[in-house]
Design a protein around this ligand. Structure first.
Ligand SMILES: [Mn+2]
Length: 335
């Protein structure tokens, strides 16, 4: 059964990739731990299917991923800035704005994503897996299960890192598939609950370690751009521990955003500050750009001194951007 599935899966996933070619499994720009984990986990699966494959990212990993990789004994994915003519599988993204610059010159052979289907296109049939899971790493785990190959420790560690990060340790955007994947991966690793909590606590803490970074570095560490009708907007996420630290970093980022909006190709800039300490205030939102304050207030309630403080944590992907987009699309006059 295992061998049979193996052959079948290889055929489905990888039409016409010669054995001597290396497949690049690519995460998105500003890579997070899910992009890195899914890339590592899927590259190892392709290797298990007899191919040469390498995990790669368009930029360096963030502090959380660096901590998790070090704790789990994983090698960080290499950085790549051109994929022209190379066979690539995209993980955790499927739109060109999130991808390596010359993606249109690559040979796309697969997409594993848990966001909407983006704007990449290909004339060849490719292996695509897309579903509403909390992490792309969960979809890669499903691929492992289907392949019938026993998952090795390195792949299990990488996928666990990705799922814990994107679901905030199974507390946000979490589905049954994510829970089942985490259980199975922990079994493979022989990891106890306590070790998982410690791993995640270390990952969260590493995320707020912005020492030695400029305002621009901090803002762009986890920054994405979107469109709503004619309006282009960018959303950065930063993290701090405790309400006072969150307010301080929000003010600091706001000063940076007021300058940066003139050089970035966007009409509005938004900031989400995540409080990683449970002290009652969960998140601060702020915005710069013409009409941005109005859009933010219409979506999320009244501001005080240009800031909205919330007692719940919003996910950028599943709550913040959709709500904001709905307002921006239906209130064109605020522009
Ligand atoms: Mn993800």
């Amino acid at each position: 059964m295992g061998t049979e599935m193996n052959g079948l899966y290889r055929e489905l996933m990888l039409p016409a990739v010669p054995a001597e070619e290396t497949v690049y499994v690519l995460g998105h720009i500003n890579p997070d731990s899910d992009a890195a984990g899914a890339a590592i986990g899927y590259a190892i699966l392709l290797q298990g299917l007899g191919l040469q494959a390498r995990a790669a990212l368009p930029g360096p990993v963030n502090a959380e991923t660096r901590f998790a990789c070090a704790s789990l004994g994983l090698e960080e994915p290499g950085v790549i800035d051109s994929v022209a003519h190379l066979p690539v599988v995209l993980v955790d993204h499927s739109s060109c704005s999130q991808a390596v610059l010359d993606l249109d010159e690559a040979r796309l052979i697969g997409v594993i994503d848990h966001h909407g289907i983006g704007d990449v296109n290909t004339s060849e049939p490719v292996f695509i897996r897309s579903a509403r899971t909390g992490a792309a790493s969960t979809l890669v785990w499903l691929c492992w299960v289907e392949s019938g190959i026993a998952i090795p420790q390195a792949a299990a560690s990488a996928l666990l890192m990705g799922i814990l990060s994107d679901t905030r340790n199974l507390t946000m955007n979490v589905t049954q598939a994510d829970r089942q994947a985490v259980r199975a991966l922990m079994d493979t690793l022989g990891m106890q609950d306590r070790a998982r909590q410690e791993l995640y606590a270390g990952m969260r803490k590493a995320l707020t370690d912005y020492e030695g970074m400029s305002d621009a570095d901090i803002f762009h560490l986890d920054y994405k751009e979107y469109e709503a009708g004619e309006i282009r907007f960018g959303v950065g996420v930063v993290r701090a521990s405790g309400t006072p630290a969150c307010r301080t970093v929000a003010k600091r980022m706001r000063r940076y955003m007021e300058e940066a909006i003139h050089s970035l190709d966007v009409d509005m800039l938004f900031l989400m500050v995540n409080n990683i300490t449970a002290d009652g205030m969960e998140m601060i939102l702020t915005a710069v750009g013409k009409g941005a304050d109005e859009a933010l207030t219409l979506s999320f309630g009244p501001e005080v001194n240009g800031m909205i403080e919330l007692s719940e944590n919003l996910s950028r992907k599943s709550t913040f951007v959709p709500k904001l987009r709905a307002v921006l699309e239906h209130f064109p006059e605020i522009r």
